[in-house]
Design a binder for this molecule. Structure first.
Ligand code: G3I
Length: 373
């Protein structure tokens, strides 16, 4: 090998130096390897935040420098009834991030899902007027953002407001307030913490028609001088879809508007899909069918290799555009934590993340990701 290298004019010293450098990169934590490119983030659950899951905490604090709350800051959790806020779990989440000097994300202020009915109704169960709903929205956003001012660095202000064809989702926010519910949400969040980064977050932004709607929204916000820092492409992908070229278009299209793209909920399902159309719409439900659950015991090596390659192909694009990509967040730490075990079909065994069910890193996947630098 060494002789062959010498024949090609590569000195033994240069070769050994390169090998040593590669070994060093492989040994370094993810957050350090990509430290000057983007934050390495991960969504965490309640047990991870409060320390019940100590094994997870050790990995989180050593490998990642940003966290998102998988569930505990959603409206139904934090503001379950009209005059009742419950910050216990959200506080534990934020404390964990601050203690570990992480870039802490708030997820999510305004969403059509996981928002209790009372939000949209008066005391007789009748729909609120536009003005009354705006008051509820303002109270919620102001209370939550103010509580974590200076601690939460970036907020998913509005989540999933568009349909796949780029039209507005007919959510209660949209039908009662009108399309400027998004502008209002951003204004209230900015007023509560002018220094926080503010994001619009959605899935399947790689789809041209959907992205066209979001690009129009961003242009509108910018024209009105409303602060928006980035668009989050959630990134719930599978082994073959979407093609990386379509992922790259997300980054370049928003960069043309001077907007950062973050990949905010990245995971890669390795299981066969019943429906070829990827979706992360939480209302999608399929009946269990063993045909779509082929790896109940373990992940075959060939599939692990495909997962490694797929992640590496995506990271090549993220690294190439790291001037306009500032965070990559995985939607969960271990395969056992992943929502994809139950979505869209409950009861499957999926392997979408960087750590297996025993908290072991998938070395092959992680090294492939690191090698994209
Ligand atoms: O905690 C309860 C548990 O006590 C109960 O026994 C069990 C029975 O169903 O439910 C548990 O709650 C579930 C919760 O996840 C925690 O596992 C809820 O039913 C379930 O609806 C909830 O799903 C979450 C989903 O959002 C809806 O909020 C997923 O964990 C979470 O990963 C997912 O995250 C969303 C993002 O916020 C937005 N983008 C899409 C993404 C994936 O759907």
């Amino acid at each position: 090998m060494v002789l062959a290298l010498c024949a090609f004019g590569i000195s033994v010293t240069a070769y050994s130096q390169e090998r040593a450098a590669m070994q060093k990169v492989k040994a370094a934590p993810l957050k350090d390897v990509f430290g000057d490119k983007f934050y390495m983030g991960v969504a965490i659950n309640r047990n991870q935040a409060n320390g019940t899951d100590k094994k997870a905490q050790a990995i989180l604090s050593s490998q990642f420098n940003s966290i998102s709350p998988e569930n505990d800051m959603k409206w139904e959790k934090i503001h379950p009834a009209k005059n009742t806020y419950d910050f216990k779990h959200a506080d534990a989440y934020v404390d964990f991030g601050i203690k570990n000097k992480m870039f802490v994300i708030g997820h999510t202020l305004i969403w059509h899902s996981q928002t209790p009915d009372w939000v949209f109704e008066d005391s007789n169960g009748k729909p609120l007027s536009r003005e009354a709903l705006l008051t509820v929205m303002k109270d919620h956003i102001t209370t939550v953002v103010t509580r974590y001012k200076g601690k939460i660095s970036g907020w998913d202000v509005v989540n999933e407001a568009f349909n796949e064809d780029g039209t507005f989702r007919q959510s209660k926010w949209f039908t009662i307030i009108g399309e400027d519910f998004i502008e209002k949400a951003f204004e209230y969040a900015h007023a509560a913490d002018p220094k926080a980064e503010l994001y619009y977050n959605d899935y399947n932004v790689y789809k041209t028609a959907k992205r066209a709607g979001i690009l129009k929204l961003v242009q509108k916000l910018k024209a009105a001088n409303i602060a928006i820092t980035a668009v989050g492409e959630q990134g719930h992908y599978n082994l073959s879809n979407p093609p990386v070229s379509e992922v790259e278009s997300v980054i370049t299209d928003f960069a043309a508007l001077n907007i950062i793209t973050n990949f905010t909920e990245l995971d890669i399902s390795v299981l066969p899909d019943k429906d070829a159309n990827l979706t992360a719409d939480v209302s999608t439900k399929e009946t269990y069918n063993a045909k779509y659950n082929p790896y109940t015991k373990s992940l075959p090596d060939a599939v692990l290799k495909s997962l490694a390659k797929r992640y590496a192909d995506l990271f090549k694009v993220f690294v190439k555009h790291s001037d306009t990509v500032s965070r990559i967040t995985f939607w969960g730490l271990t395969d056992g934590d992943s929502w994809l075990n139950d979505f869209p079909m409950p009861g499957r065994t999926n392997y979408p993340l960087l750590y297996d069910r025993k908290y072991n890193e998938k070395t092959e996947v992680i090294n492939f990701i690191k090698s994209t630098l």
